[in-house]
Design a protein around this ligand. Structure first.
Ligand SMILES: [Zn+2]
Length: 192
């Protein structure tokens, strides 16, 4: 990964093309400063980086947290750092450009803690040793993720773990004859 050409400190994650045609590889924080200046808004100090939060099981979860400044609003995005780099939890929040940014970060942290405390799946082990994962309470919330082995069918992330669409189907095999409702939400929306 390249180092940001502006601060020479953070990892560059954004390719910025200026009006004069010159291009730079810069970090999220430097990009936010440029965007805020262009839009005439003030940014409260925030350090993008790694933040840790406890789950309901006492386990600590590490997230990369970044502030996002967009023409339609200000947000924060928290992406879990998993040991094997597989997709884990992702929590994001967005509000108007004139929102209270510190309070928005507080709301992100509350959303992360709530997300970590909710579990939709439970795994039982049969006497013969075979494990079976099913819904805990007839409800599931998750996120679609890119599937490297088949880009036509998404993977899903539930309880911070990645599953194939087929695995989700197996989890639902107890519900033959039941109705279901599938509704799609933006990553920044609150599903609760
Ligand atoms: Zn930078």
């Amino acid at each position: 990964m390249d180092i940001c050409e502006i601060c020479q400190k953070n990892q560059a994650s954004i390719h910025l093309t200026r009006d004069d045609g010159t291009a730079q590889e810069i970090c999220r924080d430097c990009f936010n400063v440029i965007s805020a200046k262009q839009m005439g808004i003030e940014l409260t100090p925030f350090k993008s980086g790694i933040y840790e939060y406890p789950g309901g099981n006492g386990k600590m979860y590490k997230f990369t947290v970044a502030k996002i400044v967009l023409p339609m609003g200000i947000g924060y995005e928290a992406t879990e750092i998993t040991n094997d780099n597989s997709p884990g939890y992702k929590v994001a929040i967005l509000d108007d450009l004139d929102c209270d940014q510190d309070y928005l970060f507080y709301k992100l942290e509350a959303k992360i803690k709530y997300t970590l405390s909710e579990k939709y799946l439970q795994t039982n082990t049969y006497p013969n040793g075979i494990k079976h994962t099913r819904l805990k309470e007839d409800e599931v919330v998750g996120r679609f993720e890119y599937n490297e082995t088949n880009d036509e069918i998404h993977n899903v992330v539930i309880d911070g773990k990645v599953f194939s669409w087929e695995q989700l189907g197996e989890m639902l095999n107890a519900y033959e004859g039941f109705q279901f409702k599938l509704k799609i939400y933006d990553i920044t929306e609150d599903i609760r």
